[in-house]
Design a protein around this ligand. Structure first.
Ligand code: SF4
Length: 497
């Protein structure tokens, strides 16, 4: 595309009135002096105070800023151990012992922005650019479906080549591509902030969660990291989720890129974002929170020398505080992290992970890692089968279920059930069935063996005989490749419980 056409597109993306309408007395929701002061006032917290706050989280109540700051300021390692255990208890109370698996699919990496930490920044001449054609996208989807995936997050650079119409077309392709009895049942999108009008287009083609990470909530750092391009407008990004919810996209995902600014500030920023969404949208905040940690990228030295890089121990702590602060929200731990870190941090309350991820554009169908088309370098290279086996050995059941969305349990409906700690009653039967489906159709013998005891255990733990009976009747007809959609079979029954 000619430079002039690109510039004309850029000039029309941001709609200032779609930022201003959400401001509080002309200011955005990141009140930096308040955050800094709260962090200062809650230093050296008393043990009993920390335990009181943990008890509140266990009741599945969202924490206030001073409570979150108190946890962030804890320096007692024994108390941290208690917080880790509390994070896991909360996760089990809300979501049960299931972990939702998904795959990231990078669709295009042309980008008009200049983010200092990103391998896709437009000035990076060592990054090889590509946008998938419809045929290439279909090959990517087929490769993922053939491994057993049912749920994607499709990722796009910010560029007129991948505008809303291109994204909508790619969603249609993803939903319509079948391989045998396999299919993609939920497509989430990670893309640039859009207008309400554009988001309505994505709503109408069945977008799952619309995910936009703020990167950093710290104004001065944001400015430094995003010197040019559309992304230089921090307000447009801060209210991307607000616009999505106003457009009727029920589920939004927020996140911060840890490593850019002070980690405690970023956790407070995520909380402020959650609170503002809840206040403006009838108590409904983000469906998921992500906490990617900055990773090395091709020809991107900043990613390895930022003064705010987060070590493994701190990473575990910040994930724990997010779980305690927003107990009912989904939390995504990605393959940016090594298998070792993920196997540890999952135990403080994460609910979703990806596996077998290949983040080069067009890389799944070629089945090779192409570093020059990647945004950053991945830490966990396990196959889906291996990751599922590891989770099973740790006692986690893998879920490929997407019945919530197909039964309309999104947005406020999902949150209402999750906040009462009842969502796992709906999800557990479907998790068992979709796991069994995966084991029959895709798993290695070793994984089948590792998982079989878990299926029996989770079956016994189902809430009542009625549900057990239905699950049994579904799996009695299971055969490899017979194409039954178990979510559809059980959704009616579980939805009414
Ligand atoms: S972080 Fe996103 S917007 Fe920034 S350069 Fe990378 S792809 Fe583009």
């Amino acid at each position: 595309m000619e430079n002039l056409a690109v510039q004309q597109w850029i000039d029309n993306v941001i709609k200032p009135e779609q930022i201003e309408r959400y401001l509080n007395h002309g200011k955005d929701f990141i009140d930096e002096p308040f955050i800094q002061e709260t962090l200062l006032q809650t230093r050296n917290p008393d043990k009993n105070r920390v335990r009181e706050i943990m008890a509140k989280s266990l009741e599945l109540e969202r924490l206030n800023p001073d409570e979150t700051a108190t946890l962030l300021n804890c320096t007692d390692e024994d108390l941290w151990q208690e917080m880790y255990a509390t994070g896991l208890k909360i996760k089990h109370k809300v979501y049960g012992r299931r972990i939702v698996f998904f795959a990231p699919l990078y669709v295009s990496n042309n980008c008009v922005n200049s983010c200092v930490y990103c391998g896709y920044r437009k000035e990076n001449k060592e990054s090889v650019r590509h946008r998938l054609s419809p045929a290439e996208l279909e090959e990517e989807i087929k490769a993922l479906v053939s491994k057993g995936h049912k749920r994607l997050i499709m990722v796009y650079g910010e560029h007129p080549d991948s505008d809303v119409h291109y994204i909508a077309d790619t969603l249609r392709i993803a939903y319509n591509t079948k391989v045998g009895n396999g299919e993609i049942r939920r497509v989430n999108v990670n893309a640039a902030p859009m207008s309400i009008e554009d988001l309505k287009i994505l709503r109408d083609v069945g977008i799952g969660t619309f995910q936009v990470f703020q990167e950093t909530y710290h104004h001065a750092t944001y400015k430094k990291m995003h010197p040019r391009g559309l992304k230089a407008n921090m307000g447009w990004r801060l209210y991307a989720s607000h616009r999505a919810m106003e457009a009727g996209v029920d589920d939004v995902g927020i996140g911060a890129l840890f490593g850019l600014a002070d980690w405690k500030f970023e956790v407070m920023g995520l909380l402020a974002h959650t609170i503002d969404l809840e206040q403006k949208f009838g108590g409904v905040g983000p469906h998921t929170i992500s906490f990617p940690r900055m990773q090395p990228a091709v020809n991107t030295p900043f990613a390895e020398k930022s003064p705010n890089l987060v070590d493994n121990d701190t990473f575990k702590k910040l994930v724990t505080v997010i779980r305690l602060s927003v107990p009912y929200t989904g939390m995504i731990l990605t393959a940016r992290e090594s298998a070792e870190v993920r196997n540890d941090v999952i135990n403080v309350g994460c609910s979703q992970i990806d596996a077998d991820s290949n983040i080069g554009v067009g890389a799944y169908s070629k089945d090779k890692v192409e570093v020059n088309t990647q945004q950053f370098v991945l830490g966990d290279q396990r196959s889906l089968d291996e990751a599922i086996r590891d989770m099973a050995r740790m006692g986690y059941i893998t879920s490929f279920c997407t019945a919530d969305y197909r039964c309309g349990r999104t947005g406020g409906c999902f949150m209402g059930i999750a906040k009462k700690g009842k969502i796992h009653n709906l999800c557990q039967p479907n998790a068992i069935l979709t796991f069994k489906e995966y084991l029959l159709d895709y798993a290695s013998e070793e994984t089948r063996q590792a998982a079989s005891y878990l299926i029996d255990k989770e079956f016994e733990a189902l809430p009542n005989d009625n549900i057990k009976q239905t699950v049994k009747s579904c799996w009695s007809v299971l055969k490899p490749g017979n194409g039954i959609c178990f979510c559809k079979k059980t959704a009616g029954l579980t939805q009414n419980k």
